[in-house]
Design a protein around this ligand. Structure first.
Ligand code: RIB
Ligand code: CA
Length: 335
């Protein structure tokens, strides 16, 4: 658990996405987290859909959170079509219907929102980023001092030892915008990477989301169960280990679990750089030995990233269950 009694102020940078929805609901349910804003990016869906989903998820949970729209495409490479076979064409498992939403996105773009909020609360903001990293790269363009203004950045993305999920070496969020990711890994803020090395150790059973929905009897958790059904279908079909449990990887939610329960992870510090093109495009390369390399790109001045390498999986699942079972939901009001 976080040791402070004051909830941690978080900007959630996201491409919702089913596991993004799990992560948002975990954050809204957790008493140690105060979600002060959501910034959206392309990734699991196009950015307009990501923004609509963020507004919808908040409305359904009865929570009023600022949502600012961000990156619509990668910095350099061409955008690829969203993975509708994993998250559904709408990013939430192809919901059969939606309640109306009247809330609108913040008129500021995501990068401006991040900079303004970091200046408003200097040293207090944690950015939890679980999509391609263009919004953080753009925010750094707006204010080069941003790394001294935010408290820390926790990102879900990358992999060091575990195989990639879009190529043998690349994880999807980093693959989707490798240039932005390399900017983020070298910016010099306190940075924690939650990659496939740990997210592939934590398989969430679909039955857990059924229990949560049955417990709350609330439109938000019923919607989440529907979305996770679709998402689990993909993972259960493609990964025999996941299929044996009839479940899915929770990827993005673990970026919040490392914030609330760091004792469940083993981290190692080291420089991380991203291969921006070629066969290894999107690979997160970690310098794991404390030696000096004279090669360009690996100079001693490159900052370290704290990389999650091991996780206590069953304890994580219990924390996720306990958090989502809390009383945290209000009734949705169209706003
Ligand atoms: O590789 C897993 C990541 O890619 C998660 O953030 C998921 O939401 C997808 O965007
Ligand atoms: Ca995501």
């Amino acid at each position: 658990m976080t040791d402070s009694t004051t909830p941690r102020k978080v900007i959630f940078d996201t491409d919702p996405g089913v596991d993004d929805a799990m992560a948002l609901y975990y954050a809204l349910a957790h008493p140690g987290i105060d979600v002060v804003g959501i910034t959206t990016t392309f990734g699991n869906v196009w950015v307009e859909q990501a923004t609509a989903n963020a507004l919808y998820l908040c409305m359904l949970a009865g929570r009023d959170v600022a949502v600012a729209q961000g990156a619509s495409k990668p910095l350099v490479k061409l955008a690829e079509p969203p993975p509708d076979f994993i998250h559904g064409a709408d990013g939430l498992g192809n919901l059969p219907h939606r309640l109306p939403v009247t809330a609108q996105a913040d008129p500021r773009g995501a990068a401006r929102f991040i900079v303004d909020t970091a200046r408003q609360y200097p040293g207090e903001i944690t950015v939890v980023a679980v999509g391609p990293l263009g919004n953080l790269a753009a925010a750094l363009q707006l204010d080069a001092k941003l790394p001294t203004l935010v408290r820390e950045v926790i990102l879900m993305g990358g992999t060091v030892i575990e195989s990639g999920n879009v190529s043998p070496v690349a994880e999807a969020n980093i693959w989707n915008d490798p240039h932005a990711a390399d900017v983020v890994f070298t910016a010099g803020w306190p940075l924690t990477m939650v990659g496939l090395d740990v997210t592939h150790q934590v398989i969430l059973p679909l039955a857990l989301f059924w229990e949560i929905a049955a417990h709350h009897q609330h439109p938000a958790t019923s919607m989440l169960y529907h979305a996770v059904q679709f998402y689990s279908g993909f993972y259960s079909q493609h990964d025999p280990l996941v299929g044996a449990i009839n479940g899915c990887y929770g990827h993005d939610v673990l970026a919040f679990v490392v914030l609330t329960n760091p004792e469940l992870f083993r981290l190692q510090a080291g420089r991380v750089r991203v291969a921006v093109d070629g066969l290894a495009q999107g690979q997160t390369m970690m310098q794991r030995k404390p030696v000096s390399y004279p090669q360009p790109g690996w100079h001693d001045s490159i900052p370290h990233t704290q990389v999650c390498l091991e996780v206590q999986a069953q304890a994580c699942i219990r924390v996720i269950e306990d958090t989502l079972m809390r009383r945290w939901l209000a009734m949705p009001a169209a706003r």
